[in-house]
Design a protein around this ligand. Sequence first.
Ligand code: F3S
Length: 387
Amino acid sequence: MFLDTDDEKILAGEYGETRQRMMELLVALGKVFDAEKMIPISSAQVSGASYKTIGDWGLEWLQGLDARVSVPAVLNPVGMARDRWQEMGISSEFADKQNQIISAFQRLGVKLECTCTPYYLNMVQYGDHLAWSESSAVSYANSVIGARTNREGGPGALAAALVGKTPYYGLHIVANRRPEVVIQVADAPKTQDTAWYGALGHLVGPLVGTRIPLFTGIRPSRDQLKALGAGMAATGAVALYHVDEITPETRVFHFDTTTLEAIPVEPASVDAVFSSQEVDAVAVGCPHCSPDELTRIAGLLKGKHTKKPFIVFAAKGVISAEQESVALIEKSGAKVYADTCMVVSPALERFNSLMVNSGKALAYVPNLCGGTAHLATLEECVAEATR
Ligand code: F3S
């Protein structure tokens, strides 16, 4: 693996012990994947920020680091809304540990935008090389924006943020971004709720595994693409997908798909992923809501009152920019929380059953929150919470 003079200096410890250790980690990673060199990145998104997922071991590891990030870096959701953890029912012991983790990241220069949708914060463009780690964020950056990132582990993304570079392999290389399987969606309904695309992703993930799919027969909006990628990343290991004539690389490159396996998907199989039924609580915003999604939720809740917990998750920056919608949502009794999410926070573990509108949450809630999850459209989520 080629290292330039600066890389060698970092590796020799000339820029401090933390950067040296981080470069050792990146070089080891590069060697495993036969990277030819290191490349500069424009930003990092670091997962492993909730005390629920990294525990005391992760906290100690972070507290042992002593350097500042070299590129803009943001955090994945943490285990609680930083300024509203008491009303979420978070214990003071958990909050104390979580705040120590947040302080450790802050000391490293990581911005406290704790979100899996950093692309709403104007920090990524087509062709950028990144070191992002949350699976749905990686999928969106690669597929919908046309940036280039592998699905980094939390330590790998943080190492890249501190060094400012990442090993050049995998999805950083254009030749590795070609589709490997075609998903033919027959007779897709024209006006589906975003949840339909989450269900499609949930269904297709295991069919494609680690392969790069190219979809035909669908014309999703950006929010629907977000839901599709999140679902596939959760049930498969899809870090990049293409949608014919929709996602940017299908318009930039010519992909010859004639020799690829084609898998047909019938809308009825997608519909079968839904299981709307009575639940203890409703949670939406996985991945975190876009401005449009907050507007839509506000419209559906206008003039209504929630009768059971209805919790909405979004990035702090998006919430600040959408104050009117957020106020309308909270007027109904629903809550809009920043910094955290339904999976990495322990707050939703008290519910035995959750209604969600996300194919990713459908996959993760049972394992990470303990209760059952049921997929429904946003309209059904609102109806269930206000019935
Ligand atoms: Fe984001 Fe949490 Fe879902 S990190 S994609 S809201 S599981």
